[in-house]
Design a protein around this ligand. Structure first.
Ligand SMILES: Cc1cc2nc3c(=O)[nH]c(=O)nc-3n(C[C@H](O)[C@H](O)[C@H](O)COP(=O)(O)OP(=O)(O)OC[C@H]3O[C@@H](n4cnc5c(N)ncnc54)[C@H](O)[C@@H]3O)c2cc1C
Length: 331
């Protein structure tokens, strides 16, 4: 019987975290695979102006494309698909189910990100692409200088976003969609001191009209128009895969890691938005670089890097060219 091929690493997710790890692992000559379900938050970014190295900004999808190209250049194998189950065999390796296939792997890097809770609007993806609905003042607050801004949130998180956006504009209104705003009197005092308008009547309808957003608070018939609407409704970590492994997650479902991005499950690492941290591309990339290096160092004690066919690698340019088309072992 042929011995089962076990990957050095399975990277779950091909956003900025997963693709950075892919670049590093490929250059460490590791046998690994990236499986990506194709729902990166970065793909929604119309133009990022705060990601270092791009003075004119960069579209999220362009950045992802360039990272994938760079990883593939060194032999990374990136496949479209979803990991639907992750378990651990008694003899050590993890087993992942990817669209019905089984993949055995010594280590796993979870780079699955988070899902934003979106407001109930007719065509949110289009509004996000057009920059009318936004999620992150740190990312694009600078681009609303002097604009009228609405912030949708139910409680303190909405207020925090509204206070943050006061750095950029004096015209900030805090609203809530469908249910009442829950603010303490202290929080109301903070909003008043910062000159933030509060609309207490829950907004019933939000309408996008050409390049503006109109919010209608039915009680009292109040109606407001904004250049931009920030959604501060929160997010959910995509960490359900590690539930059966008993991996430690925090109250928000984010994976808890140490300074080497190791989780509480031996051999399982995590990087990017799925880890509780600042949800930014640069942070996802930094954590992925740390995780990939820790994975490589851990595996160095087990075996030499091997190519897709299981041969120990040599360093000829031909070998590198051949690797860029080779698929790693999948059982
Ligand atoms: C509208 C918007 C604008 C933003 N602007 C900026 C900005 O200007 N600057 C900035 O630094 N950050 C910005 N961000 C944040 C940035 O996009 C994220 O911090 C970054 O994408 C996190 O990268 P990640 O790799 O951790 O997760 P993601 O990019 O979300 O990638 C996770 C990937 O994992 C895949 N996945 C999940 N589960 C599975 C599974 N079971 N199997 C296989 N694949 C799976 C997903 O489909 C997805 O492709 C913005 C976010 C949004 C929503």
């Amino acid at each position: 019987m042929m011995p089962e091929k076990v990957l050095d690493c399975l990277v779950v997710g091909g956003g900025p975290a997963g693709l950075t790890a892919a670049i590093y692992l490929a250059r460490f000559r590791r046998r690994f695979q990236v499986v990506d379900a194709g729902r990166s938050r970065a793909a929604l970014i119309p133009t990022s102006h705060n990601h270092a190295g791009f003075p004119d900004g960069v579209r999220g999808s362009v950045l992802l494309g360039r990272m994938a190209e760079q990883a593939r250049k060194y032999g990374a194998h990136i496949v479209a698909g979803a990991v639907t189950h992750l378990s651990r065999r008694e003899d050590g390796p993890f087993v992942a189910i990817v669209d019905g296939r089984r993949i055995a792997t010594h280590t796993v890097l979870l780079a699955t990100g988070i899902v934003d809770r979106e407001p109930n609007l007719p065509d949110v993806p289009d509004a996000i692409r057009r920059g009318l609905v936004r999620h992150c003042g740190i990312c694009d607050g600078y681009e609303v200088l002097g604009d009228s801004v609405g912030v949708l949130g139910h409680g303190s998180s909405g207020l925090h976003e509204a206070l943050f956006l006061r750095t950029y504009t004096a015209n900030v209104t805090l609203l809530s969609l469908g249910c009442p705003l829950r603010l303490t009197s202290d929080e109301r005092g903070q909003a008043a001191s910062a000159g933030i308008t509060i609309v207490d009547a829950p907004v019933q309808h939000v309408v996008i009209e050409k390049d503006r957003i109109r919010a209608l608070a039915l009680r009292g018939g109040d109606c407001r128009s904004f250049d931009v609407l920030y959604s501060a409704l929160g997010s959910d970590a995509r960490s359900e895969l590690v539930r059966d492994l008993g991996t430690l997650v925090d109250g928000k479902g984010c994976v808890v890691t140490d300074e080497h991005q190791r989780s509480s499950t031996d051999g399982l690492f995590a990087a990017g938005d799925v880890v509780r941290s600042l949800d930014q591309i640069s942070v996802a990339m930094g954590q992925a670089a740390i995780a990939a290096t820790a994975i490589h160092n851990r595996l160095r004690g087990m075996a030499l890097p091997r190519d897709a066919s299981g041969e120990t690698l040599s360093f000829s340019p031909q070998n590198l060219r051949d690797r860029s088309t080779a698929a790693p072992g999948v059982s």
